[in-house]
Design a protein around this ligand. Structure first.
Ligand code: SAH
Ligand code: SF4
Ligand code: F3S
Length: 445
């Protein structure tokens, strides 16, 4: 216990936005129990690591962190140490932690969030590590302590049933389940009433949101349309989209909407039909090209970004060249690129013809080089233009700079003296890099 009897918590979050959201729920529970947040992990009475399992590197980071935390826990026995999330939802990982890191008090999977207070109490009194790996939990009406004043995350579905052959997510997040539309709509309304200016709808595959599986008969486009018509000035974003489920109806809804941003994040994964099939992605390169064409025809000033995996089992030089070819043909605004990482329990791990590490490395370097050039060329076209930017806060590296993003999701830094947090402003772009833009503040808009 710290002085004055105030207990503190610290949460370290790995992984995607869904984990960021889950950490906000964990923080909500802890605040309800009277804990206050601390930036310093050594000050914490409750320390949570919210983990990710999507690639081996994500897991290694957690294990190395745990190694370092051992001595902290030895010094501060009463501290409650919790490992949460996707990585520990895997039975074999949970067992390994129990054996190798017995000082961890609680190991909780993604689908035990609603039972957090009860589990924490159990962990506090139990001499051994408490494991909670249930599946299929309902998730509504959970407390939340949001980490941002301007941007808020709102899950519209949980889990994933796509089973892309490389991906661990369906195993650690459970089957896809859409949230009832009225809960989503009410949550967004409340956020907007409370001053939030940007709402990001979350799901592993938002496009397959489908109220028909619930009582209501409403799909993702209908949901977007309904949210777009809510009162107030705010932006709507969503992630992640699956190209297979990105219907023309969605594109038209975005075109006609006022608030829905013109940014399309459409993970391509590979430009080779052979590999797409092995990945179980459910579309071909021609289908994907056609989708991009439709988006660009209907929405002129749009930005398109993607995710790419190199070195998937069986990827030959020819397949990789197909990916590079699509990169040149499509010219994405940005690409998040990954080296394929075998995940235990997924179909791709069992595939023959795994690609050697040195070839994977060579491929990702070549890919990044091409994409950086393309991103740079696209961003250079913005030099001298005036962009509408929603101001999110100060730059992490330079407190004299504000940071925000355009509707197309490009990060913009600019200096300004007045208080602009949460304002929509016009910025003239003066410098363009592949991942960020810099500019001069003109006026509030
Ligand atoms: N549901 C989202 C997010 C999945 S994880 C989606 O479908 O896009 C984010 C990205 O991580 C994926 O798009 C993919 O490019 C990458 N990824 C997933 N599993 C991977 C693996 N085993 N190895 C390397 N990259 C992976
Ligand atoms: Fe993983 Fe595919 Fe589901 Fe995305 S859609 S989470 S890549 S299985
Ligand atoms: Fe990682 Fe889980 Fe997200 S595996 S990418 S934190 S859904």
């Amino acid at each position: 216990m710290e002085k004055h009897g105030i207990k503190k918590y610290h949460i370290l979050t790995f992984g995607c936005q869904m984990n960021v959201y889950d950490s906000e729920v964990l923080a909500g529970y802890l605040e309800n129990m009277g804990y206050v947040h601390t930036e310093k992990e050594e000050e914490a009475d409750v320390l949570i690591i919210n983990t990710c399992a999507v690639r081996k590197k994500a897991e290694e980071k957690v294990f190395s962190r745990l190694g370092r935390l051992r001595s902290l826990k030895e010094k501060k026995q009463e501290m409650i140490m919790i490992l949460w999330g996707c990585m520990v939802q895997q039975e074999h990982v949970a067992q390994k932690i129990k054996e190798k890191f017995p000082f961890v008090d609680l190991v909780g999977g993604t689908q035990s969030l609603g039972r957090f207070p009860e589990l924490m109490e159990k962990a506090r009194i139990s001499p051994r590590t408490v494991l909670a790996l249930e599946t299929g939990e309902e998730r509504e009406n959970l407390p939340i302590k949001r980490g941002h004043q301007i941007r808020a995350w709102v899950p519209i579905s949980h889990g994933c049933s796509n089973f892309c052959s490389y991906c661990i997510v369906p195993y650690v997040r459970g089957a896809e389940k859409s949230r009832p539309p009225e809960n989503i709509i009410n949550e967004v309304k409340t956020l907007v009433d409370n001053g939030y200016k940007e709402i990001t709808l979350l799901g592993q595959n938002v496009n397959s949101y489908y109220g028909r599986r619930l009582k209501e008969n409403i799909d993702f486009a209908d949901l977007l349309h309904t949210l777009d018509r809510l009162e107030g000035r705010f932006l709507i974003r969503y992630m992640t989209s699956h190209p297979r489920d990105f219907s023309e109806k969605i594109i038209r809804t975005i075109q006609q909407g006022q608030k829905i941003c013109e940014h399309f994040h459409l993970p391509l994964q590979s430009g080779s039909d052979n590999i797409l099939k092995l990945m179980n992605r459910g579309y071909s390169r021609d289908y994907y090209l056609d989708l991009i064409k439709k988006i660009r025809e209907l929405i002129r000033d749009s930005a398109i970004t993607t995710d790419i995996i190199v070195g998937f089992p069986g990827e030959e030089e020819k397949d990789f060249e197909d990916t590079l070819d699509l990169l040149e043909k499509i010219r994405f605004d940005a690409a998040f690129t990954f080296v394929y990482s075998p995940r235990k329990g997924t179909a791709a791990t069992e595939m023959k013809r795994q690609v050697p590490a040195d070839i994977k490395k060579k491929r990702i370097v070549a890919l990044n080089e091409i994409q950086d050039r393309i991103s740079q060329e696209i961003n250079q076209l913005l030099l001298g233009t005036e962009q509408l930017v929603l101001v999110e806060g100060k730059s992490k590296t330079n407190p004299n700079l504000y940071t925000g993003r355009t509707r197309t999701n490009k990060i913009v830094h600019f200096p300004a003296k007045e208080d602009l947090l949460g304002k929509f402003v016009i910025v003239e772009i003066t410098e363009a890099k592949p991942w960020t833009l810099t500019g001069d503040f003109k006026n509030i808009f």
